[in-house]
Design a protein around this ligand. Sequence first.
Ligand code: GLU
Length: 443
Amino acid sequence: MIKVRFAPSPTGYLHIGGARTALFNWMYARAQKGIFVLRIEDTDQIRSKKEYEEEILKSMKWLGMDWDELYYQSQRFDIYREKAEQLVKEGKAYLDNGAILLKTPKREVKFTDLIRGDICFDTTNFVTRDADGNAITGEDGADVLKDEVLMKADGSPAYSFCCVVDDALMEISTVIRGEDHISNTPKQIIMYDALGFKPPKFAHLPLIMGEEGGRLSKRHGAVAVSDYRRQGFLPDALVNYLMLLGWSPGGDQEIISMKNALQKFSIKKINKTAAVFSLEKLGWVNAQYIKNKDINELTDSILNFMKEKEFETAGVTKEQLKEVVKLYKSRMHTFVEFFDRADFIFKDDFKFDDGVQEQYLKQYHVRESFDLLAQKLANLTTFDLKSSEEAFKDVVSKMNITTSDLVHPVRVALTGKTVGPGLFETMVVLGKEKTVARLKKHF
Ligand code: GLU
């Protein structure tokens, strides 16, 4: 039976690295019809915070990862204490200054990592090596593995020990976690042995690096999953992108549904080499998901997003919003970008891009042609693509100017920008009254 767990410490928000670890565990469980455990590792009572825990659960749900079992280590202190005392009774651990320490034997610890292959660790040398003898962590002669604290003097259990006790008692078959935990594995295997448990299989995921090199750290605020939610990324798109950080469905495929991904997912195909996180690529993936999303669903997602952000909508109805979304569907990377570009729909005091008023609205013909156009548009009984375009063409010919002489100033007056969707589509979405009123401001 496949049973895996995601074991976040609620000492910070769920960040990209944690979400990727959660996802690979979840995918493995779902692909193998196994069990996915969520275990909150809140043993550090000072650094663990309720708000982090809530955000982790919320982000997991938002990303579509459901769990079959949920545990809190803070509720299991008695179990860890009992196991530590058992080791003392058996002579494998001892008391020292109020703490319980495990006697570390002098030996080699070997395990086969499902991603990295054979790993060998010498407790007298503190170096973890791969099958070719290359050091993965540690330096030759740097240190030796000291006797490991199991229970601290303040009565709280040590993180590594809780993890082992829980993985064993919860019958976790495979531990899939970040590569930063690879150096914990030998000492944890020693604990499994001391407790008389069979260690699980291990799979250590490659690090995630920033594009400019160096580790993508959770200290960089923007890497929290909730930040991506707030910027208007779609959860499916983020999940799709996370999947590509260390794994590939094969070929050049980059956009893949969860259903297909689950059919193809295998731990053995996860890369050993570090993955590089690219915001630009994530934006591209999100744009693909937005483009391909059903217009009604997309409008609903944007409405929810607006509600959450308490966005001022100038009384725009769902039907009107849908028309705006249609115009921008294939032009946006995120919802925040959408509101940035389409701000003129939602408010009358929208921003003008730098310099565009001087450049376009001060041209010699603007006053007169805007006046004419406003009159013609105001007189239309049906205000649609065809009629607005005809009115526009009339003005161009009466004024003896070119189409582009008028397109740019009108667009600037209506939207504050020089680029955007088609001018007549924009007018129709904006409606006759607003279109006319905005033209009138400039003559
Ligand atoms: N609680 C640990 C962390 O958040 C994970 C421990 C593990 O996966 O073994 O880094």
